[in-house]
Write a protein that binds this ligand. Structure first.
Ligand SMILES: C[S@@+](CC[C@H](N)C(=O)[O-])C[C@H]1O[C@@H](n2cnc3c(N)ncnc32)[C@H](O)[C@@H]1O
Length: 370
């Protein structure tokens, strides 16, 4: 075995057995100093990327880039769990990452893989891919300009953001500085934060006459993640611009509006993505070709349900506190909404949240009576 300057241990994730640095790990984003970087909390993030790739490959050769690869775990899982005509490039500018990736590829006999160690932005100036993964520390903003152009027509850009303090409103100045957007701090701010991230990608793409179509997006633990289909063409890009607007909240009624313009006198977040965060047809047809852990399956089942309803989700705690009533059980709220003839679903964003097409007056009535 290769000698490293740090202690290593082997972990198993999906079909891969990966050497990672031996450190004490907790929940959360992980420590930037722990190089090469590996965070077990991100397993559902990697599981879902395997699943997306299993379900979106074209019949020709598919060039894949794991642009910020760390130990190479994601790219190696792609090689071992996704069948099809793939060529997988794994890149990380860190030398120790480069060394551990080569060893991990050798140990797993991962086929059709290649390793680089250079700055991702430099790599993207001269190459393009059918699937491009950007999984940085903190914000993806420094990579997005090159990344949207680094995806071929019809290909997929997958983006992680762990700077949720900025996007979800705890650090509004940081959100404005990085994303040029105003967040909202509330019990539903993770959806707003995810929409700001997607909206930012859409604005960058539109500058280059590119269109984005979200296939799947989620907010899990300390991070947001979105998979965007990139399409070329000016008329398409105009469609993208129409999907960027604001979320306005009427605090006197808790009504929310996703519209191109802000509503006067209401609290507003944006610019952000006002279209769907998912492609419900893609989610419905998505089939797993390998074992998925229960937490990953749970997230996917919730996404399938909530993707059917366009309106932003409500926090039952926030509505109950607004009405000064006890928070009803989520199951009772969903049941009552269904009885009244509305669509209603739980949401992966919040175990006490729900999504519905019912007007706010109906929702408030149900809370008063339940
Ligand atoms: C959060 S880690 C990636 C984790 C990995 N994707 C996984 O699933 O385990 C971010 C990685 O990006 C690398 N990195 C940061 N800036 C970079 C740049 N400009 N070009 C290439 N690699 C970079 C770091 O060395 C680090 O390994």
């Amino acid at each position: 075995m290769v000698d490293f300057d740090f202690e290593v241990e082997e972990i198993v994730e999906g079909k891969a057995r990966i050497l990672v640095p031996k450190t004490t790990r907790g929940k959360g984003p992980g420590k930037k100093e722990g190089v090469p970087f590996y965070n077990p909390v991100m397993e559902p993030n990697r599981d879902i990327s395997v699943l997306v790739l299993q379900n979106c490959l074209s019949s020709g050769k598919n060039r894949i880039l794991d642009g910020l690869a760390g130990t190479g775990i994601r790219g190696i899982r792609f090689a071992m769990e996704v069948s099809g005509n793939l060529s997988i490039l794994m890149n990380d500018w860190n030398e120790q990452s480069h060394a551990i990736m080569l060893e991990n590829i050798r140990r797993n006999e991962a086929q059709n893989t290649e390793v680089r160690h250079e700055d991702l932005n430099t790599l993207l100036t001269s190459d393009e891919f059918d699937y491009l993964d950007v999984d940085p520390y903190g914000t993806p903003v420094p990579f997005l300009d090159k990344a949207v152009k680094g995806v071929r027509d019809g290909g997929i850009l997958a983006v992680t953001a762990t700077d949720t303090a900025a996007l979800a409103g705890s650090s509004p100045k940081a959100c404005m500085r990085k994303y040029g957007a105003t967040p909202i701090k509330s019990k539903t701010s993770h959806e707003t934060g995810l929409r700001i991230l997607v909206g930012y990608c859409a604005r960058i793409a539109a500058e280059y006459d590119l269109n984005i179509r979200p296939l799947l997006s989620h907010s899990t633990d300390h991070y947001y993640r979105t998979y965007l289909e990139i399409q070329q063409g000016q008329s398409q890009a105009n469609g993208t611009r129409e999907n960027v607007g604001f979320l306005s909240v009427d605090l006197s009624s808790q009504e929310m509006f996703l519209e191109e313009e802000k509503k006067d006198d209401f609290v507003a977040a944006g610019p952000l993505w006002i279209g769907s965060l998912w492609n419900p047809g893609f989610l419905e047809e998505m089939r797993s070709r390998s074992y998925m852990p229960s937490e990953t399956s749970r997230i996917l089942e919730l996404l399938k349900l909530e993707s059917q309803i366009e309106s932003p989700y409500h926090s039952s705690e926030e509505i109950a506190s607004h009405l000064k009533v006890h928070t009803p059980r989520l199951a009772s709220i969903l049941e009552r909404l269904n009885e009244e003839g509305y669509n209603a679903s739980p949401t992966h964003f919040d175990s006490k949240g729900f999504r519905t097409n019912a007007p706010i007056d109906e929702i408030l009535q149900i809370f008063k009576k339940t």
